[in-house]
Design a protein around this ligand. Structure first.
Ligand SMILES: Cc1cc2nc3c(=O)[nH]c(=O)nc-3n(C[C@H](O)[C@H](O)[C@H](O)COP(=O)(O)OP(=O)(O)OC[C@H]3O[C@@H](n4cnc5c(N)ncnc54)[C@H](O)[C@@H]3O)c2cc1C
Ligand code: FES
Length: 508
């Protein structure tokens, strides 16, 4: 809570009547300066922090599922008993308080110490050293989960980035817009790695994996042996091959260094052309509008995001950006980039002193391919996220895994999925045998409008709209033969969470 903010709701240490708390209900009050959520499940009352440890989402506006609460904003899940973050994007716990019941009143007493509860140890002995290639969403979540499980062996995390793991989604949103300070960007402070015995080696490019010798070779020639290996090398932005694509004012965006470089350039720029109306391209457009640049978006499709969200949501996204002054040039492609212009295939030209290519990414599978692992538009893994090589796992943007909900082998490029896969791979490197069965989730933010998407629908035969898309209050179901494969929503968080719970129970 901000220093000057007054805690809201009843003083829970003085007690509230049980009658005010229906079974399955939530109520926000305070204990001292802390905002506390009281939740009642099957007659049991829990008291936890009212805010999510990810971006401070209001948990009372989320959903209770069993003895857990899910955050309305990006679907993190916490144990009401221990405060433990059970599902990313949250990786930190929420506070818990003790509760006492006297007659028909509940009283919240002292804050309890919260500790993660490791799973029961598997029968097999733990590996001596785990090497993680990649310091992104999946790699970081894996390392964190290994220590949460009380793994005592060596963890070596090798990343060819110069920066320690960062909150990548922020790089095209508030950080790029200038509304989030840089200290929000690292996933953890530098001390975290030493304190948790994670040997993080930055600017460490892994050039090869020797599956027989069980070691990786670094670009500089050093070797690192492993007992278990996690490949979490992510994806890299596609750069269109066209004249001028390598001029210094042409950028792609993946890393903190990329975002910093765009911010520096934007300080002197007046007009930007964003090539591509993808999620990242349009988030960049919104962020650069916040920096008062004139923004033009060039993309070959008729509507932004139509292939993923359908025509009406595509129109909404377009009008949202137009309301904020973005000019679209749809049905157009760039032919060449010059120092002060982008030439279009149709013959026209747009002035630009900054160009961003947001035309998609390709998974960084070269290392896996060179090692001889099986590829199919990604690294092929089984339900445990283990590749064909025993002891070698894959997670995040590179992995194609058998998704039990669609019955297909899928690969997605979502932050939360990468984190959850990193965690599952971590459990399986310890021998837990946990199938990865999370329902995919992603979010995207355009100005003040968040779009949440749950599930996976590459195509649909019916699109059912609840609410009002143009009014920015809706839930859209993407269905195949009557079954909902995915939902996209704006400001319908509980319905989105409920749809997620239903999808979790469904198998193809
Ligand atoms: C700007 C931006 C905004 C995004 N916003 C969202 C969003 O709002 N919602 C959402 O769901 N998703 C979002 N995404 C997608 C999301 O960030 C990715 O899906 C996620 O980061 C994938 O995690 P990962 O661990 O697979 O890969 P990454 O996070 O990319 O990490 C890969 C790591 O591997 C390292 N690496 C690669 N090859 C090697 C090698 N050979 N040797 C050593 N290290 C190597 C890289 O340096 C990096 O550290 C966004 C992506 C970007 C770029
Ligand atoms: S704020 Fe709760 S999951 Fe992001």
């Amino acid at each position: 809570m901000a220093d000057d903010a007054k805690p809201t709701g009843p003083n829970l240490s003085k007690g509230v009547s049980l009658a005010d708390l229906a079974d399955g209900g939530m109520l926000v009050g305070h204990v001292g300066d802390d905002e506390v959520l009281l939740a009642c499940r099957s007659g049991e009352v829990f008291a936890v922090s009212a805010h999510c440890s990810h971006y401070h989402g209001p948990l009372a506006e989320g959903l209770l599922v069993g003895d857990t609460v899910r955050c309305p904003w990006h679907h993190a899940c916490f144990s009401l008993r221990t405060g433990e973050p059970l599902q990313p994007p949250a990786l930190g716990p929420i506070d818990c308080w003790s509760v006492e019941q006297h007659d028909d009143k509940v009283f919240v007493t002292e804050k309890r110490e919260t500790k993660p509860t490791p799973r029961a140890r598997p029968a097999s002995s733990p590996p001596g050293r785990i090497v993680i290639v990649g310091g992104g969403a999946a790699g970081f979540a894996a390392a964190e989960m290994l220590r949460r499980q009380d793994y005592q062996g060596d963890i070596v995390m090798l990343s060819d980035d110069d920066a320690a793991p960062v909150d990548r989604p922020n790089l095209s949103k508030d950080y790029l817009a200038g509304t989030a300070p840089e200290e929000w960007v690292p996933l953890r402070g530098d001390d975290f790695y030493a304190e948790n015995g994670i040997e993080l080696r930055l600017a460490a490019h892994v050039a090869a994996v020797d599956l027989r010798a069980r070691e990786v070779t670094l670009g500089g020639g050093g070797k690192v042996p492993y007992d278990r290996l996690l490949l979490a090398t992510g994806a890299e932005p596609v750069r269109l091959v066209l004249p001028g694509a390598d001029l210094p004012h042409v950028y792609t965006l993946r890393s903190l260094a990329d975002s910093r470089a765009i911010i520096e350039r934007a300080k002197q720029a007046r007009r930007v052309v964003v090539i591509g109306a993808s999620f990242i391209g349009l988030e960049v457009a919104a962020a650069l509008r916040a920096r008062k640049l004139e923004v033009h978006v060039v993309a070959p499709e008729k509507r932004p995001m139509e292939r993923i969200l359908g025509p009406a949501m595509g129109d909404l996204v377009r009008s949202l950006h137009e309301e904020h002054g973005v000019a679209f040039h749809l049905g157009e492609s760039p032919a060449a980039i010059e120092a002060r212009q982008v030439r279009l295939k149709s013959g026209g030209a747009l002035d630009a002193d900054l160009v961003i290519m947001g035309v998609g990414v390709k998974p960084r599978t070269a290392l896996a391919e060179k090692a001889g692992l099986k590829l199919d538009r990604g690294v092929v893994a089984n339900a445990l996220l283990e590749t064909g090589a025993p002891g070698v796992f894959a997670a995040g943007d590179i992995v194609r895994w058998p998704d039990p909900h669609t019955g297909q082998a899928i690969r997605v490029e979502h932050w939360v999925v990468a984190q959850r896969q990193g965690q599952t791979a971590a459990l399986n490197m310890l021998g837990h045998g946990a199938a990865f069965d999370a329902v995919p989730f992603f979010w995207s933010q355009h100005y003040d409008v968040p779009i949440n998407y749950v599930g996976h629908a590459e195509a649909w035969d019916e699109l059912a709209v609840e609410g009002d898309i143009a009014g920015k209050d809706c839930l859209v179901r993407y269905k195949v033969r009557g079954r909902t494969l995915a939902v996209a929503s704006i400001y319908r968080d509980v319905a989105s969470l409920e749809a997620e719970v239903v999808m979790e129970g469904e198998r193809a």
